[in-house]
Each structure stands twice: as C-alpha cells, then as structure tokens.
Design a protein around this ligand. Structure first.
Ligand SMILES: [Zn+2]
Length: 279
C-alpha cells in the first residue's frame, strides 16, 4: 500500500501558490484598495479548495491549517533583518527545494529577499523620493532573485522552462492553476517523482519502459498523450520543446489557455492511471 501524503501535500502547496499569486494583486496599484473582507474571502476559498475532494481511504478532509505571522506594528517598529534572524533562530523554514520554484511560479520574491528590500527601504524612509526608492529597490530585489535563481541547484526543471523571472512575472495574462503547477514544477503524479517520494515502486513509463516517466517524457515524448500534444503543436505551428514551452504560453492568452487545458486533460488521465495501479 502506498502513502497518499505526497498528493495531499501537493494540493495544499498548490492552494498556497494560488493564494500567493492572488495576494500578489494587492500590491498592484489598481488593486490596492480592495477591502480586507475580500482578502478574508480569498483565504476562506483557499481553505475550501484545500479540503475539497475525497481521500482514497478512510479519513476526512474537514480541516486544513493556515498559519499567519502577525507582528504588531512590524512595518514601522521592527527591523526586518532582526525579524528574519529571529525566525531563523526559531527554526521557521523560510526556503525549501519546492519553495524555490513556487516563488518563481507565484511571482513572489523569497521572504529573505523581501526582508532585505524592507531593510534597504528603511534606510530611505527619511528621504523624500520614497516612490523612486521603492521601485529602485524592487528592481534590485529582482536582480538578486534572478542571480539566485540562475545559480541555485533547486527547482531546475522549472528553471529550464522559466530561465527569466522578469519575462514570467511581467506577463499580462494567465493564472497558474493546480494542473499547470504540476507540469511546471515537475511535482506531480509522474512515476519518477512518485518513486522518489516512495509513493511508487518503479519510475518506468508503463508504455515506453524502460524509459523513465518523468515530467519531460510525459509532456514531450510519451505516445499515450500524442493526441493532446498534437493539438498544442498545431497552435504553435510546430513541435515545442522544454526551452520553448513557456515562451509559447507567454505569447498570448489563447496559447496559455490551450496549455492549461492540455495540462488538465493529461494530468487527469495520469492521475486516473495512477489510481488504477494502486488498486
Ligand atoms: Zn511513455
């Protein structure tokens, strides 16, 4: 019998990612006036999504946990680098293998970089040109984030798809949903991933063995998904590959939606095949 923890943890991670990108909107000038109630509703709908669906076996999904950190008057009374070192001393995980890709997918810089930016802005706080400083410091944060993303060993599949953070976060269309997250992060029902997380006993593709069923094989090569893939290639006027996949999505909304629908249909099939193997 396999453990299902990995799948449940995906669901929570994806919900957090969705919340992350929704909250990102609050920092855009056009959305800055949205009410607190609206924010609460988003948290509630995220919680609802986190507990939706059924477990395979006994047990309920009535509850999920949302943890927030509220430091009273933190923005004007505490130094962010002090907050960060306090969090680190308490052993609060600020970064992780999966989180590295999640930050890029959600378009939200890692907490460490945001804290650093906050500290720099604190130094500017007595100056007049606050808005200039804000955009200048945000540009520096993006530069540091890009350097970190280009040199880290984490999230390399996502990095192959999205080498430039700016190109990704400055897009004008497209939400990253549950199935797209699996495709773009490489964390999904692919046998190589399931095997690595001890949720399957073999990483071989059931059709192409001994070829390994990893996310790249799944998207670009496996004959099980030729029909869905051809539909995508038809829109792209030719075959896509890892390095051109996200560029195609970013070109226009139609391409993005077609990729999202490709992700939903192939991931749903993969999931049902995985369920059948477990029986
Ligand atoms: Zn295959």
């Amino acid at each position: 019998m396999y453990s299902h923890c990995a799948n449940d943890s995906h669901r929570v991670q994806t919900c957090l990612l969705n919340l992350h990108s929704k909250l990102r909107g609050y920092f855009n000038s056009t959305l800055i006036m949205r009410s607190t109630i609206d924010a609460i509703q988003k948290v509630l709908s995220t919680a609802k999504a986190a507990i939706s669906g059924k477990r395979y076996h006994k047990g309920t999904k009535k509850y999920c946990v949302i943890v927030t950190l509220d430091v009273k008057n933190a923005f004007n009374s505490a130094r962010w680098n002090h907050i960060l070192s306090a969090l680190e001393k308490m052993g609060v995980p600020l970064e992780g293998k999966f989180l590295c890709a999640v930050h890029v997918l959600a378009g939200t810089p890692p907490l460490v970089l945001l804290v650093d930016e906050r500290s720099r802005l604190y130094e500017h706080s007595r100056e007049d040109a606050w808005s200039d400083a804000t955009s200048e410091e945000r540009a520096k944060t993006l530069e540091k984030w890009q350097t970190q993303w280009s040199t880290t060993t984490k999230g390399r599949w996502t990095h192959r798809l999205i080498p430039s953070i700016a190109a990704w976060i400055e897009r004008r269309h497209g939400e990253v949903n549950y199935h797209l997250t699996q495709l773009l992060s490489g964390h999904g029902c692919f046998r190589s991933y399931l095997c690595r997380t001890k949720n399957d006993t073999s990483s071989s593709c059931p059709t192409c063995q001994p070829a390994v069923e990893d996310v790249e094989h799944f998207i670009f090569h496996c004959p099980r998904f030729t029909v869905e893939r051809e539909e995508l290639y038809r829109l792209a006027n030719g075959p896509l590959e890892t390095e051109t996949f996200v560029g195609f999505m970013l070109e226009n909304e139609r391409n993005w939606e077609a990729t999202a629908s490709f992700a939903s249909s192939v991931m749903a099939r993969l999931r049902s095949e995985e369920r059948a193997r477990r029986r």
